[in-house]
Design a protein around this ligand. Structure first.
Ligand code: MN
Ligand code: MN
Length: 469
């Protein structure tokens, strides 16, 4: 007889019937761990180079061109193995690798967003108060305002002169650059403020960025600090105060991506939501040879404010690109869409033991348990959710399992605790079967968010499996 004792009936049943969630590290060999580190190094570089959607687009185009992609123009041919990209107004980008099958057989799409919560400058931002100069902001996306005070900030964006000349601004990311900050109340005088709810403690109109304190010399007039700042800006960028009106300047946290933990198992950075999935969708596409079905990577803007606008996922720019691509093969767009699949790659909330009360643990995604598949997002009662079909979830289960991708299910916290959305429903509205999936994040939307490296890597592997399915 065998040395091992025969399994008891209960043990047999447990093994056969129960779903057991396993930490991804239990399932990784040395080679995979090495590949994970290499992948995460590339991701950290992507984060440090792209702190706004515009910068992410530039970095994406550079990476795509290095991998043999060409800008796609209407009327071009689209043959198997062709690699294309198209930039929409500098703020979003779509890339495609043409498959062996025709576009009438549909495409596999990975859709993520490359905008992240931040503080935008108002059209008339610069003011002086009591000999300190500030820039007024209007926050972009769902931020917890108290997190944005007393941290170092950088300023990124463009100022477009009346002539149309585009002046690029990037202060804080370069060697020896100054930084900016928003001052906070000292605890010694915070007795009244401390009694307020978090959402009211820092009013949006106090999110003013400190940009100068030195008055113009040899001058008797008013606003000498503001004038001195403007003189510096004029010298550096050739702008006057009125030029702020046609500018898009964003204050973002001045944090570089870093390993987190003694074991370096996590990455802390600004903008994981959703560059962590955007990079996964991009990196997986760039390494494709010629897939069966055409693979498409969509990196959208404006998700954080509802996918609105000409560069958001609601924009027809995506349909126009797809229509142009279909036209190259004489295929009707609707024929392509109805057979297509989209993985809406966006981050999900990682279970946080420090705030256990807002999660339902059985249905939350855990750090290091792999890519989180989310059948529906939305809020209480599935409001605003795309809610993928059981058939679709089964399809993705099969694809990921066959590729050896570690994945888990995910739901955004307790049913009535809050909620959120992604680009999924805008893809589904196009008659494209769509499922949400992505990396679980701790401190989502904070200036410094945290993810597990193994989850980043598994999401990349998952995207690759989808493109090749
Ligand atoms: Mn997101
Ligand atoms: Mn978000």
């Amino acid at each position: 007889m065998d040395d091992k004792k025969a399994l008891t009936r209960g043990e047999q049943l447990r093994k056969a019937l129960l779903y057991e969630k396993k930490n991804a590290y239990e399932q990784m060999d040395a080679q995979q761990l090495e590949a994970m580190e290499a992948y995460c190094t590339g991701y950290k570089q992507f984060l440090d180079a792209g702190k706004t959607e515009r910068e992410c687009v530039e970095r994406t185009v550079a990476m795509a061109e290095a991998a043999g992609f060409r800008a796609f123009a209407r009327g071009m041919e689209a043959k198997p193995g062709d690699k294309f990209y198209r930039v929409n107004r500098g703020k979003s980008v779509v890339l495609a690798v043409v498959g062996r099958k025709g576009l009438d057989q549909g495409v596999n799409i990975g859709a993520a967003h490359i905008d992240s919560p931040r503080l935008d400058l108002k059209p008339n931002p610069l003011f002086e108060s009591d000999e300190l100069a500030f820039l007024k902001t209007h926050y972009y996306g769902g931020i917890r305002k108290y997190q944005w005070v007393a941290i170092p900030l950088e300023l990124h964006g463009v100022i477009v002169l009346k002539s149309g000349q585009v002046v690029r601004v990037s202060v804080g990311n370069g060697e020896g650059d100054p930084l900016f900050t928003i001052d906070d109340l000292l605890p010694h005088l915070g007795r009244e403020q401390s009694k307020k709810p978090l959402s009211e403690a820092i009013p949006a109109e106090t999110l003013n960025i400190l940009v100068g304190s030195r008055p113009l010399r040899d001058d008797e007039g008013s606003e000498r600090v503001k004038l001195s700042v403007l003189e510096l800006l004029n010298r550096k960028y050739g702008i006057t105060e009125a030029d702020f009106m046609s500018a898009e300047l964003c204050a973002v946290p001045a944090f570089q991506a870093s390993d987190i933990g003694f074991d370096r198992s996590m990455i802390g950075a600004y903008g994981h939501d959703d560059r962590v999935c955007g990079y996964a969708a991009l990196a997986a596409l760039l390494q494709l040879d010629t897939p069966e079905r055409t693979a498409v990577c969509m990196l959208a803007d404006k998700e954080e404010i509802g996918s609105e606008g000409v560069s958001g996922m609601k924009s027809a720019a995506f349909d126009t690109f797809m229509d142009d691509l279909c036209a190259a093969q004489g295929v009707a767009l609707r024929t392509c869409y109805e057979k297509s699949f989209c993985l809406s790659a966006d981050v999900t909330a990682a279970y946080d033991p420090n705030f256990a009360e807002v999660y339902e643990k059985n249905n939350s995604s855990l750090v290091n348990y792999g890519m989180g598949l989310c059948k529906y997002t939305g809020s209480g009662g599935k409001s605003g959710a795309s809610d993928a079909s059981a058939e679709l979830v089964a399809h993705v289960r099969r694809v990921l399992d066959e590729a050896g991708v570690v994945w888990q299910t995910s739901e955004l916290g307790k049913v009535d605790a809050g909620g959120g959305g992604t680009v999924a429903k805008y893809m589904a509205e196009r008659n494209i079967d769509t499922l949400d999936a992505g990396v679980p994040v701790l401190s989502m939307h904070a200036p410094y968010e945290t993810v597990g490296k193994v989850d980043c890597y598994m999401t990349f592997r998952g995207m690759a499996a989808i493109y090749e399915s």
